[in-house]
Design a protein around this ligand. Structure first.
Ligand SMILES: Nc1nc2c(c(=O)[nH]1)N[C@H]1C(S)=C(S)[C@@H](COP(=O)(O)OP(=O)(O)OC[C@H]3O[C@@H](n4cnc5c(=O)[nH]c(N)nc54)[C@H](O)[C@@H]3O)O[C@H]1N2
Ligand SMILES: Nc1nc2c(c(=O)[nH]1)N[C@H]1C(S)=C(S)[C@@H](COP(=O)(O)OP(=O)(O)OC[C@H]3O[C@@H](n4cnc5c(=O)[nH]c(N)nc54)[C@H](O)[C@@H]3O)O[C@H]1N2
Ligand code: SF4
Ligand SMILES: [Mo]
Length: 704
């Protein structure tokens, strides 16, 4: 035995995955320590005692330590020395970086006002402290522009709330009790894989599965028609028409639960009138799904009980994304599905877990100076390229502070974002773990910790669990976590308010006043309150002012929106702008596709990107033949926003007229340096603040 082995101590540290993923898996890190050296994490595995993830992680995070110890990891502050985007930087000290940043922020504020500063972040680390920590206080105190962070999931809740009064839905684990499970626009086996065992348990108990998706996804592949499962493949953005026809059939064929409707809904007569014209035949024309399939869906939904619908985020990425969720939430009310355990609708569980957060204590709106405007993150290209920051009054953006997300890859209309970041009169700071496509445009890059380097709390949005994350090793190099970044920035700016300097433990306690943080720390997880009988609305009692499901909505009417579920064809879709359709006849979907990717966060790592191959465009044999394209050819995909070149993959997963390009690859992975979001639509959803990535029309052909 060597001396080192004699003196090595080994410990295990419990933690929780921080990725923007519904599963929030528990993990266990093995750490080795030898005297006079920094502790080293040697193993990271699923934590078998975690009640949801039960010891399993995923192909993204199984190699998490490769990420932590990657030679590409940013460990020191950097200052740009080459042109923006060139990736040429020199190492500087934190002191130099903070001096430079505070001088530039003060200059911008003096010249243009504090609203010329745009803080820009999302859920790259979705843990409580990292996501909501001190940034709100810091920028509020500065008076900077406020960001609408609604690129993911917010529109689902906004749509559903107009029907049910809140985004509260079923605990997805309740689908174990469902006898019919409709996965409506969610790719569970890929994006929410730890829910799949629950679905399989239900199926083993005889549940039937229906998958509704414009793509024959990995999840659709699980459909077994021999046992009555079904895969339904509507055209993208048209599901509302199908839902209206389902309601039509439920009412026409006497399949509604009239007592439940009378006791717990408002506006049924109006709804009946609104769907009277929506025959399955009419919907079939819109969705391109057989009328018999729609009729059967309605009959199955009413008669195979309990019937649980599961949705997540995908379908919100349409111009009518909020109405999709508002309309979907009407279905269980018509059949009284909520009355039975396993019946109802599940989506993000954030409404259950996050209700524990004292948002005001966390964000401290009382510290805000002035009445700063808000700008929507999905309009970043427009905001940065427009002299008056998009469509609002006020100054253009002259300082861009980015952490916790990678907008050059992840925002729609991304070439506009890139053009904005190229502006010489824009001062950009990026706090990151890696030299991402966005970080390349920074004037100053600051190094960020990973999840095993700082304590935090992860409130799951795929289950009811609130989880602790213990730091397992020290932050490497000069990395800091998101709150330490803002403590340092506040000091550099000369701010003195004590709340800008709260430590992470204080922030946790302020944010979760009703949670015993010490117990959470020692147990690793606890479960948010949820009704013991599994039925969130078993006795009615919805969260609307009337306590009823609002089939007709005064609230929406007051916002200038249709008061009833209504199908409005997306402008950038087959039923929309005829000139665009003539020029760009194909609908482009760009969803999550790769098991080894988590958004844009893994394609650059050697065991992830190369293992997934590279980007490609999938299209039906018919669409390919029409354009004389063969498998493996390089095709150009273009529209009025941009153009990219990618190899062709002929597929049976898509119907003619719909194509797909996987998302998450960086500029370097594309031969022409542009990613798929060069093409996507940055039109906002009709309400809810989301964005219509997937109402994107394109044409495909041979490169010029
Ligand atoms: N492996 C992996 N897992 C992930 C992620 C990842 O990048 N990789 N990302 C995480 C994140 S941030 C999120 S938000 C979740 C998202 O989780 P999901 O919402 O399950 O996934 P998406 O791929 O966004 O969308 C789901 C499905 O919606 C379909 N869809 C698109 N338009 C329509 C439509 O009009 N109607 C219907 N019915 N379906 C439609 C898409 O084809 C897609 O298959 O996944 C998380 N999990
Ligand atoms: N075409 C298309 N575009 C999409 C989508 C799509 O399906 N198709 N999905 C949309 C959705 S649902 C989402 S959620 C967004 C996601 O958009 P982003 O949030 O931009 O995506 P991520 O790739 O998760 O980027 C997270 C970044 O944060 C960094 N990071 C991780 N932890 C920390 C930390 O603790 N501190 C700091 N400072 N940085 C950290 C990671 O290194 C990574 O680069 O993309 C949206 N864009
Ligand atoms: S990315 Fe999602 S599935 Fe993978 S370990 Fe993290 S929470 Fe679990
Ligand atoms: Mo997301």
């Amino acid at each position: 035995m060597t001396d080192a082995a004699l003196t090595t101590t080994v410990r295990t540290v419990q933690g929780t995955c921080h990725h923007d993923c519904p599963d929030s898996c528990g993990w266990m890190v093995t750490v080795e320590e030898v005297p006079d050296a920094a502790p080293v994490a040697v193993k990271l595995r699923g934590w078998s005692e975690h009640p949801y993830s039960a010891g399993e992680l995923c192909p993204k995070v199984n190699r998490f330590l490769d990420r932590v110890y990657s030679p590409e990891r940013l460990l020191h502050p950097l200052r740009r020395v080459g042109p923006k985007g060139s990736g040429e930087f020199e190492q500087i000290t934190w002191h130099e970086a903070l001096t430079d940043i505070s001088a530039n922020l003060h200059r911008v504020i003096d010249e243009h006002g504090a609203e010329a500063v745009l803080p820009y972040s999302d859920a790259g680390n979705q843990s409580l402290v990292s996501l909501m920590g001190l940034s709100g206080r810091f920028f509020g105190h500065m008076g900077a522009t406020k960001l609408v962070r609604a690129i993911c999931g917010v529109t689902v809740g906004a749509g559903m709330s107009k029907t049910m009064g809140s985004p509260r839905g079923l605990d997805p684990m309740e689908h174990e009790h469902s006898k019919l499970i409709i996965l409506w626009g969610t790719n569970t086996r890929l994006t929410n894989r730890h829910l799949w065992p629950t679905i399989e348990t239900a199926r083993a108990n005889g549940a039937r599965l229906v998958v509704i998706d414009p793509i024959r996804t990995l999840t659709a592949d699980a459909v077994n028609s021999a046992v009555g499962d079904q895969f339904i493949q509507p055209l993208p953005g048209t599901d509302i028409a199908m839902m209206l026809a389902v309601m039509h059939v439920l009412i026409r064929d006497g399949l509604t639960n009239d007592d439940w409707v009378a006791d717990h809904t408002l506006g049924f007569d109006e709804l009946r009138a609104a769907v009277a014209d929506w025959t399955p035949e009419r919907a079939a024309e819109v969705c391109s799904v057989d009328a018999t399939v729609i009729t059967q869906l309605a009959h199955d939904y009413a008669t195979i009980r309990p019937a649980g619908i599961r949705t997540l985020v995908g379908p919100e990425h349409h111009e009518n994304g909020a109405m999709f969720h508002r309309t979907l939430a009407c279905l269980p009310a018509l059949t009284g599905a909520w009355a039975e355990r396993g019946g109802g609708l599940s989506k993000s569980t954030g409404a259950w877990t996050e209700s524990n957060i004292d948002v005001d204590a966390m964000l401290r709106p009382d510290m805000e100076v002035g009445d700063a405007r808000t700008l929507n993150m999905s309009r970043l290209g427009e905001i940065l390229t427009h002299p008056h920051a998009g469509e609002t009054d006020g100054p253009g953006i002259h300082a861009f502070i980015n952490w916790n997300c990678n907008p050059v890859v992840t925002t729609p209309n991304a070439e506009a974002t890139r053009r904005g970041l190229l502006r010489d009169d824009l001062f950009t700071v990026v706090h990151e773990q890696f030299m991402t496509d966005t970080a390349r445009y920074a004037d100053i890059v600051l190094p960020a910790t990973t999840q095993i380097e700082a304590d935090d709390i992860v409130l799951s949005w795929g289950s009811l669990h609130i989880n602790y994350n213990h730091a397992a090793i020290d932050p490497p190099g000069e990395t800091v976590n998101n709150t330490e970044l803002f403590r340092r920035l506040a000091a550099a700016m000369g701010y003195t308010e004590p709340a800008l300097f709260d430590d992470d433990d204080t922030i946790m306690r302020e944010a979760l006043p009703a949670i015993d943080i010490d117990a959470l720390r020692s147990l690793g997880w606890l479960r948010a309150d949820y009704p013991d009988d599994g039925r969130p609305f078993g006795d009615g009692d919805f969260d609307t002012p009337t306590g009823r499901v609002h089939l007709a909505s005064d609230e929406l009417e007051a916002m200038g929106q249709p008061r009833m579920p209504t199908y409005v064809a997306p402008n950038e879709g087959p039923g929309g702008d005829a000139t665009l359709v003539a020029q760009f006849p194909l609908q482009l979907l760009t969803p999550k596709h790769h098991a080894r990717f988590l958004n844009s966060g893994y394609s650059h790592l050697p065991k992830h990107g190369p293992a997934e191959g590279g980007p490609f465009v999938e299209l039906s044999a018919e669409d390919a033949a029409h354009r004389q394209l063969a498998d493996g050819d390089v095709a150009r995909v273009w529209n009025h926003r941009g153009s990219i070149e990618v190899p062709v993959k002929i597929t049976e997963r898509l119907r003619p007229g719909v194509i797909a390009i996987p998302w998450g690859w960086w500029s370097a992975h594309h031969s022409d340096g542009k990613t798929v979001n060069a093409l996507t639509n940055d039109t906002l959803t009709e309400w809810g603040g989301g964005v219509a990535f997937w109402d994107t029309l394109v044409e495909v052909g041979h490169p010029a």
